[in-house]
Design a protein around this ligand. Structure first.
Ligand SMILES: *Cc1c(COP(=O)(O)O)cnc(C)c1O
Length: 368
């Protein structure tokens, strides 16, 4: 019998549902003949730092050269900032590349990957693309249930993925809660602590994750330049972990995974403290403005510590997404993340937030 294409592919790949990205804003604008704003992907509405833009322009003429595959200067700067050594930093084409790298390095088809329900889709995809068993612990009151997650660790668990704060709920666990959880994790399980929204969190009881890295635990902390630093389009993030652990990730990391432009922009963005401060302040104001606006309308939402807000529309989220789209506001319907009656709204500029609230109030009369 002649094999067909599908016979060549492991079933754990054919079973995967592909990630469906939204259409480009320009395409939606053309289709609906509206001017659209995008509050769908938790991007920084203020744009990249002007210093990063300068660095990008400066390095563009060298685009014929391969990047420094070790990301020397960026790792050096990050190490200095974070109080770790350079060999405790690994760069990724976005932190999502590192999520996949962890799965491909540690996990086989015989293993389990443990994480939470209602969390970042990349954890689910990463587990499934290596054919592992994916175990998801239910949320408790819309938050991670660390206690139940620790009980979910079994003989075959190799990796635990935790997002703090979590996407899409916008909730966090405290450093003390993690301190209670972490000793319950066996030494031979790798914990990935994804802190993509680190810069936005204003609470003093947030995270002491790097202390555990310095203690040499099997912990990989993930951070990114895609959110507060406004460089999502350049694809650059990093992991902080002990050298031995990173050494194994580096064996299969694609040697030129982060571009020279991205490295240069990230270096400059790190120095632009003003831009980050402006971004965070604008976000805090926006978050408060959105929360107050929604509360005034009597709409349910989960209080957020991030740059987005999960809104329970009390109706089919996909339909509300469509209605808002026709008003020129693009949000993210959350059925695919397990919240069929929710939309996730990224905090925009003041003007964008006003536009969203106005559009939401308008379309709401059609579905409540
Ligand atoms: C946005 C986000 C990231 C960052 O992804 P990049 O690949 O760095 O752009 C990582 N984890 C979570 C939970 C996120 O929401």
């Amino acid at each position: 019998m002649k094999r067909t294409l599908i016979d060549l592919i492991p079933t754990y790949i054919t079973k995967l549902r592909p990630y469906v990205p939204g259409k480009p804003v320009e395409e939606i604008e053309r289709e609906l003949k509206v001017k659209a704003i995008k509050l769908a992907s938790n991007e920084n509405p203020l744009g990249p730092s002007p210093k990063a833009l300068d660095a990008i322009m400066h390095f563009l003429p060298q685009a014929n050269r391969y990047p420094d595959g070790s990301g020397y200067y960026l790792r050096e700067k990050l190490a200095g900032r974070l109080g770790v050594s350079m060999d405790e930093i690994i760069l990724g084409a976005g932190s999502t590349e590192l999520i996949e790298l962890v799965a491909r390095t540690f996990v086989t088809r015989e293993d389990e990957v443990l994480t939470s329900d209602g969390s970042f889709a990349m954890y689910y995809i990463a587990a499934q693309e290596v054919g592992a068993q994916l175990v998801r612990v239910p949320l408790k009151n819309s938050e991670y249930d660390l206690e139940a997650i620790s009980r979910g660790i079994g003989e075959r668990t190799k990796v635990v993925f935790l997002a703090n704060p979590n996407n899409p709920t916008g909730t966090m666990f405290t450093a003390t809660e993690f301190e209670r959880f972490f000793p319950r994790v066996p030494e031979d399980v790798v914990v990935v602590l994804d802190e993509a929204y680190f810069d936005y969190v204003q609470r003093p009881d947030y995270s002491r994750s790097l202390e555990y890295v310095r203690q040499g635990r099997n912990l990989l902390v993930l951070r990114t330049f895609s959110k507060a630093h406004g460089l999502a389009g350049l694809r650059i993030g990093y992991g902080i972990g002990r050298p031995e652990l990173l050494g194994y990730l580096n064996r299969i990391r694609s040697p030129f995974n982060t571009s020279a432009i991205a490295q240069a922009a990230a270096l400059a963005a790190l120095d632009d403290v003003d831009h980050i401060r402006r971004s965070v302040e604008s976000n805090n104001r926006g978050l408060k403005f959105l929360a107050e606006g929604l509360a005034r309308m009597g709409v349910k939402f989960i209080p957020s510590v991030t740059n987005f807000i999960l809104v329970d529309v009390g109706s089919d989220g996909d339909e509300v997404f469509e209605l808002l789209k026709h008003e020129g506001v693009i949000v993210r319907p959350m059925a695919f993340m397990g919240f069929p009656t929710a939309i996730r709204v990224t905090v925009g500029t003041q003007e964008e937030n006003e536009t969203f609230l106005r559009a939401f109030e308008k379309v709401r009369s059609t579905f409540v």
